[in-house]
Design a protein around this ligand. Structure first.
Ligand code: GUN
Length: 361
């Protein structure tokens, strides 16, 4: 089948991957639709949102809103502060044990957004002094190839966190692959036992998924109260929407999920004091979706062509920032909001995992 797995590592700065390594192969994208068994296929419809027109299409929309200056959360700054503390702890661990936390990433195929995310994760590991290893597999690899890579890292004592970058190509069985992850190294928190424990009251998952954890951290650090508040999560993906709704509930918010089949999503969303949008649809959330004074967290990161950018594209959020900032009291930008904090939460989870496995406090 001509399978080629490429594994490379940062070895703590000795052979740091170049960005070009990821960028030379920016080609087609895989569909992220999940394969379904025929009996469930009719019930488990994919969330296909109707794309909105661009934010500029309602010229007089500003007249209906109270103009106010919101707090724009600086996710980059918050991430820098947390990463500096992580770097201190990694140095301490190295001094005491002669070991550092190790993260393994498995990347299948060459989705443009996945390449960027993995690149950012590896650079972040390097910056805080963690070890990182990436195994790249071709798009047409088999389930067994990915499972073998997972099992190799499961056994590797220098690896404390493993993540399989999602979405996987359509022909692969994501469920089977995530099941193969050693629970103690599941720093993404996507193993069904971690997810199950997140959803059950009185139980604690070993790891909380990074983007939901980042959203909560951004809210808390910005002084936004969650307890008792009405929250709407837009999108119900396993990676973000679903675990974010569970985590907000754990923080005692009253949570509603809005998805592609929801009727009047704008009306439901406009009643919320906290909105987390994770639909992956540019310009979905307009000014009239938002209650005056609400907090808006934009998780959306959709690549759009941009010849003026270094990579030929840029990432845009779900929220019409210019419109919504006139209504919201707190808002995250894209880029520079949730993204840097998501990567930081991955570092937090990897450090926690290493501390647990190495019995280091
Ligand atoms: N794809 C998009 N976000 C994530 C993430 O947080 N973890 C993994 N493994 N894949 C992703």
């Amino acid at each position: 089948m001509g399978l080629v797995a490429v594994t490379w590592m940062n070895c703590l700065g000795r052979c740091l991957p170049q960005k070009t390594r990821f960028l030379h192969t920016l080609k087609g994208r895989q569909s992220d639709q999940i394969l379904m068994s025929p009996s469930l296929a009719s019930l488990d419809l994919p969330d296909t949102w109707t794309p909105n027109s661009s934010c500029q299409s309602i010229p007089d929309i500003r007249k209906s809103f109270n103009e106010q200056t919101p707090t724009v959360i600086d996710g980059k700054l918050m991430a820098t502060e947390i990463r500096s503390k992580i770097a201190d702890q990694v140095r301490q661990m190295k001094k005491c044990l002669g070991k550092v936390p190790g993260l393994a990433v498995i990347l299948v195929g060459q989705r443009r957004d996945s390449l960027t995310y993995v690149h950012n994760k590896i650079i972040a590991c390097e910056e805080v002094g963690m070890k990182s290893v990436v195994t790249e597999l071709p798009t047409d690899c088999a389930d067994a190839d990915v499972q073998n890579a997972v099992m190799r890292f499961n056994k590797d004592p220098s690896i404390h966190g493993i993540l399989v970058q999602l979405p996987l190509p359509q022909h692969l069985d994501e469920e089977k692959i995530l099941d193969a992850l050693c629970l103690e190294k599941d720093v993404d928190g996507f193993h069904p036992l971690n997810m199950g424990n997140l959803s059950l009251r009185g139980r604690e998952p070993l790891f909380i998924p990074c983007t939901p954890k980042a959203c909560i951290e951004l809210l808390i650090r910005s002084g936004v109260k969650i307890m008792g508040k009405k929250a709407v999560v837009i999108g119900r993906s396993n990676i973000v929407g679903l675990p974010t709704s569970l985590l907000l509930q754990r923080h005692h918010a009253t949570v509603t999920i809005v998805h592609a089949f929801t009727e009047n999503p704008e009306q439901i969303t406009s009643e919320a004091e906290i909105v987390v949008s994770a639909a992956g649809v540019p310009s979905l959330v307009r000014g009239n979706w938002i209650k005056s004074g609400a907090t808006v967290i934009d998780v959306g990161t959709s690549p759009v062509e941009d010849p003026s950018s270094e990579d030929g594209y840029r990432l845009v959020g779900d929220v019409c920032f210019e419109e919504v900032k006139k209504v919201a009291s707190v808002i995250t930008p894209v880029p520079g909001g949730v993204g840097p904090m998501t990567v930081t939460m991955l570092l937090v989870n990897t450090l926690d995992s290493a501390k647990r496995m190495l019995n280091f406090t």
